[in-house]
Write a protein that binds this ligand. Structure first.
Ligand SMILES: *[C@@H]1O[C@H](CO)[C@@H](O)[C@H](O)[C@H]1NC(C)=O
Ligand SMILES: *[C@@H]1O[C@H](CO)[C@@H](O)[C@H](O)[C@H]1NC(C)=O
Ligand SMILES: *[C@@H]1O[C@H](CO)[C@@H](O)[C@H](O)[C@H]1NC(C)=O
Ligand SMILES: *[C@@H]1O[C@H](CO)[C@@H](O)[C@H](O)[C@H]1NC(C)=O
Length: 773
């Protein structure tokens, strides 16, 4: 999500803060001073990450440089074994382990060409990072054998399709800064770059895939058959039969370029995907969609929403495998699409064209296929044509009119001397020492002077930690800031754990690879309060940073004390997950605000009953990429919010509801703007929007999988009645909404208008758009 305040033009320019050791500190960020030829700072800094809850924290190694494990990187030596040894060293979560948060690894590749002959198997909680200054090449040997160069969920040989990890629970993975080269393998071999079958808290970024451009090429960049993600972006695919061959419940893809692929993107199934910023050059087909499977067992592509695409010299932009005759064959939304020499815009395999293209140039402003709703009418129109044009605040757009995007900052031009380690400055990160003062001192001294590196660890915070304007903060395989103690335990006196900027603060704040967590009882914790206002687009933001409540060692919220079915104050995890206050601006990419439904550290993915009052409250303005799950009263609440872009938004209702009924075990708080429509709403609202304007939601999936831990309501789609509310005092454009387990998909002023039963399309119901008129 990113938000840009309505008042951004009126705010003051950068201020200069105190200086640390004679360096001037700036609220607008530090300029890198690395010399040409320097390696990436991550390679050179001291490596002292501490896995606080590991069984042997003093010897467990978080950071692993593949060269320390014998990889050569000369393009000749087979480095497969050395790299896999770097990944597996120590006791790690491989085959037979569902999940764990206590065995993390950053596996680092210096510049070089690493030849591999079989898959690099990225275990659970592994981050693969190449030198960000000179991305290393992973070169598939001509003899390469296996599912993909990088595999994140191996199939067990002879296992009848069994895999190491449950695809919907394959969390905490990232791959960054690589060139994956398949061109030495035979063109007709189905060589694949990455088998990426993942769920939330995962990302791919800054990766180039090199594949054969032979007419009969069978190469593919990404192969993803299922999962529940996720974010990926900033990738280039050259050649191949498929750039991306993908199926997953939901996903956000931003900034991908496909050159000379046969099919740029093939979609096998989904409930809803958002593609933002897609460039397709010289391919045969842009999007090829398997459609027509309208039962749970025959699930195909539910919804595709594409915003800001440039397509050239490609015969077909979008092709579906069967004709659409209503929502029955899914939702398709196209917005701001520029075609150059694309004769067919939308067509059906073996059938009639739905939308002609052009042999010269053509722009598609806002087009949809499927069921469209307007105002408070309960009746849809089946549309294959123009749909309402969304209102896009100019503050949300880049100079070419596309939704603004900003890659996860990696500070490639920083010298190692510009990085300060919080452990070097006295913070312990051992999960038990109170690190509040040590961390506060680092932020106060170095915000805007140095890149603040939070070495892997769990840092206990017992009072509000303030991150000032100018701070650039980087974690290591998700360093954890853990709010605990009496300050955060009182549900009647909520208190902020981490405050990002204080009211009135202007400047940048960039946070990446951090987890914000709490130690129960924490029913009074407002986990992150975001006040910072940046005058630069994307200047205040978070990337690959998450709010994770319960379910991990150190949180006091495990199956041993909070097993499913118990309602206990000791199992309260938060009052509110994330609060974007009125003056703030925020760009949040790939953020997951998760109240754990199961225990990641006790084996067997066992369910727990933990309680968090609220997910995300925004009173701010701007665009949003966020996923929020399992909070009691709501997942997203927009009140007085302006200028938001949200895509894709995903939520799940708590599995215990309606026992106890919402808002129990919390109380509604009108001064915190809890939703007006709570009477009779015994399960949480996924989304509630009141008194807000200029809200663009481009892709959403709001799911209710359980009623009091039972799933019989899933087939009858009545786990809850209403899930998504827009008050008529707000201006909202909603596109590509998928729901699961709810009787009604959309409500206006608390009154249901869109029945899910009229839009069934596989496991989920899909609608193409809603607008006020
Ligand atoms: C995931 O996809 C594979 C390959 O299509 C399939 O065999 C498997 O059954 C799927 N798993 C689930 C849980 O849908
Ligand atoms: C898009 O991705 C490419 C390739 O990684 C990168 O060079 C470019 O800077 C990205 N653009 C944005 C706006 O992030
Ligand atoms: C749409 O197609 C499905 C099967 O593909 C069929 O069952 C249904 O009756 C059709 N609906 C209409 C309105 O033609
Ligand atoms: C209600 O929310 C307000 C505003 O955040 C807060 O100051 C107050 O303490 C909350 N009251 C209760 C009882 O939680």
């Amino acid at each position: 999500m990113r938000t840009f305040g309505l008042f951004s033009l009126l705010a003051t320019v950068s201020q200069f803060a105190a200086s640390a050791f004679g360096q001037s500190c700036s609220t607008t960020g530090v300029t890198g001073t690395a010399a040409a030829g320097d390696p990436y700072w991550l390679q050179s800094i001291k490596h002292q990450g501490l896995a606080a809850f590991n069984s042997n924290p003093s010897t467990y190694q978080v950071f692993r440089n593949v060269k320390d494990f014998g990889a050569v990187g000369d393009g000749v030596t087979d480095d497969t074994t050395a790299i896999n040894n770097a990944i597996t060293a120590g006791t790690r979560c491989g085959q037979g382990c569902d999940s764990t948060t206590t065995q993390p690894a950053v596996v680092y590749f210096p510049a070089g060409t690493y030849k591999v002959s079989s898959p690099l198997i990225a275990y659970y909680y592994t981050v693969l990072i190449g030198d960000a200054r000179t991305p290393p090449k992973l070169l598939a040997a001509s003899s390469f054998a296996g599912i993909a160069v990088i595999d994140v969920d191996p199939y067990i040989p002879g296992g009848g399709g069994a895999q190491w990890y449950l695809n919907q629970n394959n969390f905490f993975r990232s791959v960054r800064n690589f060139v994956i080269d398949l061109t030495q393998t035979p063109a007709t071999a189905s060589s694949t770059g990455i088998h990426w079958q993942v769920s939330q808290a995962t990302s791919l970024m800054n990766i180039v895939f090199e594949m054969s451009t032979d007419a009969n090429t069978a190469h593919q960049g990404i192969w993803m058959e299922n999962g529940s993600g996720g974010f990926m972006g900033d990738m280039v695919f050259n050649g191949g039969k498929f750039g991306m061959w993908v199926g997953n419940q939901q996903f956000t893809v931003r900034n991908v370029t496909m050159n000379n692929c046969n099919t740029a993107i093939y979609s096998i199934w989904n409930w809803g995907w958002t593609f933002q910023g897609v460039t397709v050059n010289n391919c045969q087909v842009g999007f090829d969609l398997a459609t027509g499977g309208i039962t749970q067992d025959t699930q195909t592509t539910g919804s595709i929403a594409v915003i800001d695409a440039f397509v050239s010299n490609t015969p077909i932009f979008v092709r579906s495998s069967s004709a659409s005759n209503g929502s029955l064959h899914g939702a398709l939304v196209l917005n701001n699409i520029h075609l150059t020499n694309v004769p067919t815009a939308v067509t059906v395999s073996g059938g009639a064209n739905v939308l002609a293209g052009s042999s010269s140039t053509m722009t598609i402003t806002s087009w949809g296929q499927g069921n469209v709703y307007t105002g408070t009418s309960k009746t849809s129109a089946f549309v294959q044509g123009n749909v309402a044009t969304p209102s896009k605040a100019s503050a949300l757009l880049d100079s070419s009119g596309r939704i603004f995007g900003k890659m996860h900052p990696q500070y490639a031009n920083f010298a190692a001397s510009q990085v300060v380690s919080v452990r070097d400055q006295g913070a312990k990160g051992d999960g038990k020492t109170d690190d509040t003062k040590a961390l506060q001192a680092v932020f106060d001294t170095y915000a805007g002077c140095k890149l603040i590196f939070v070495d892997h660890g769990t840092y206990l915070i017992t009072d509000t930690l303030k991150i000032p304007a100018g701070a650039q903060v980087v974690g290591e395989a998700w360093s954890v800031l853990l709010g605990g103690g009496s300050a955060f335990s009182d549900k009647a006196n909520p208190k902020v754990v981490v405050q990002v900027g204080q009211a009135g603060d202007t400047g940048i704040v960039e946070i990446s690879d951090i987890i914000f967590a709490t130690q129960a009882p924490a029913g009074g914790a407002i986990v992150v309060e975001w006040n910072i206002h940046s005058n630069t687009q994307g200047g205040a933001g978070m990337w690959d940073s998450h709010i994770r409540l319960g379910g991990a060692d150190g949180t006091n919220l495990l199956v041993s004390n909070c097993a499913a079915g118990t309602v206990n104050d000791a199992c309260s995890a938060a009052y509110l997950g994330l609060h974007l206050t009125a003056q703030s601006t925020a760009y949040l990419e790939g953020t997951w605000v998760w109240l754990a439904d199961h225990d990641l550290d006790s084996g067997g993915s066992q369910q727990i009953s933990a309680f968090s009052g609220r997910g995300i409250l925004s009173e701010s303005a701007g665009p949003v990429w966020l996923i929020a799950e399992h909070h009691t009263i709501y997942q997203y609440n927009l009140v007085g919010a302006k200028q938001h872009y949200i895509g894709l938004l995903q939520t799940e209702t708590p599995y215990y509801q309606p026992v106890p009924a919402n808002p129990s075990p919390f109380s509604a708080n009108s001064s915190l703007h809890d939703p007006t429509h709570l009477s009779g709403q015994t399960s949480a609202w996924a989304v509630n929007i009141e008194s807000s304007s200029n809200i663009l939601i481009f892709g959403a999936g709001t799911y209710s999988f359980y009623s009091n831990y039972q799933q019989t309501c899933l087939t009858s789609a009545n786990c809850q009645s209403q899930i998504f509310n827009i008050d008529s005092d707000s201006s909202v454009n909603l596109y590509s909404l998928a729901t699961v387990g709810t009787t009604n998909m959309l409500s206006i002023d608390g009154q249901s208008i869109v029945p899910a039963s009229a839009n069934v399309n596989g496991f989920q119901s899909s609608m193409t758009s809603w607008s006020a008129s």
